[in-house]
Design a protein around this ligand. Structure first.
Ligand code: ADP
Length: 270
């Protein structure tokens, strides 16, 4: 069974009198222990998808399942409980994931209040993100990089079923960035944690098991084991990747040629 299942997800933001369609008909299945890099240009809808998966936002249309539970059918209290116990979230602004006046250890302990407190796991996580000696310093006084590493330890505190991270290495140097990636992969391998990570950092995306590229609110492409594929959408729509726009520019007309195992698109001379 998939840990994440999105079925026809649509997200529309209403700002004053304009509507922004941030996601249109997103279908996505992610299995246990998969580590997915969510890629795509700015404004494509990546953060929106992450917020929906985190249960922080309810979709305008479509359905979303976590471990077989239809999130749309849960009332707010049950959704909050499920989030606290089973979803680890690391938002883009590292300070927003933390309680500023608490120390590193207290922040991890606070995250564990939803389940059984596990001091050994807390100590191990802090050591792995290089904050084993962080002492009593409040999180609010830590550097951006320290906050980001602590936010990951907090997000993993409960062995979540699903880890969601928005640009988790944006404030880290290469070495600590790699440690963060290793920790995500370790959680996947040891605890079966499924991870969805929004990232522009190629060292992150190359290290994870799968890439999903969002463009213009749709899943446009997927990559597995180093190979990239376009995704045929609900109505048969296919996005021509930008690197081929010089051959088949947006707005151009093409002839379809059936082949034995697919089709070829050839630009029609106008
Ligand atoms: P990404 O993370 O890929 O940069 P986002 O999910 O942040 O993309 O945004 C997708 C689209 O939705 C953009 O056009 C953005 O301007 C719009 N958007 C995001 N959040 C809001 C909001 N709270 N209100 C109105 N529009 C929003």
């Amino acid at each position: 069974m998939s840990v994440v299942r999105c079925d026809g997800i649509v997200q529309i933001y209403k700002a004053q009198d304009v509507e922004v369609v941030a996601l249109r008909d997103v279908d996505l299945m992610i299995d246990e222990g998969e580590t997915v890099a969510l890629l795509g240009p700015s404004g494509a809808g990546k953060s929106t998808l992450l917020w929906l998966l985190a249960g922080l936002l309810r979709p305008s249309a479509g359905r979303l399942w976590l471990d077989g539970t239809d999130l749309g059918r849960l009332g707010q209290r049950r959704l909050d409980r499920l989030r606290a116990a089973r979803i680890g979230v690391m938002l883009q602004n590292p300070a927003r994931n933390l309680i500023g006046y608490l120390s590193a250890a207290q922040n991890v302990a606070f995250a564990q209040r939803a389940v059984r407190r596990d001091r050994r796991r807390a100590r191990d996580l802090l050591a792995r993100v290089g904050l084993g000696e962080a002492g009593d310093r409040p999180a609010g006084r830590m550097s951006g990089g320290e906050q980001q590493r602590l936010a990951l330890a907090v997000a993993l505190a409960n062995k979540p079923r699903l880890l969601l991270a928005d640009e988790p290495t944006s404030q880290l140097d290469d070495g600590t960035g790699r440690a963060v990636v290793e920790l995500i992969k370790r959680a996947a391998a040891l605890d079966g944690t499924t991870a969805v990570v929004v990232t522009h950092d190629t060292t992150v995306s190359e290290a994870l098991s799968r890439t999903v590229t969002i463009r213009d609110g749709r899943v446009g492409a997927e990559g597995r084991r180093g190979e990239d594929f376009v995704v045929v959408g609900r109505e048969g729509a296919v996005q021509v990747p930008p690197e081929y726009h010089h051959l088949l520019p947006p707005g151009s007309m093409a002839r379809i040629e059936p082949l034995e195992d697919g089709i070829a698109l050839r630009r029609a001379e106008s």
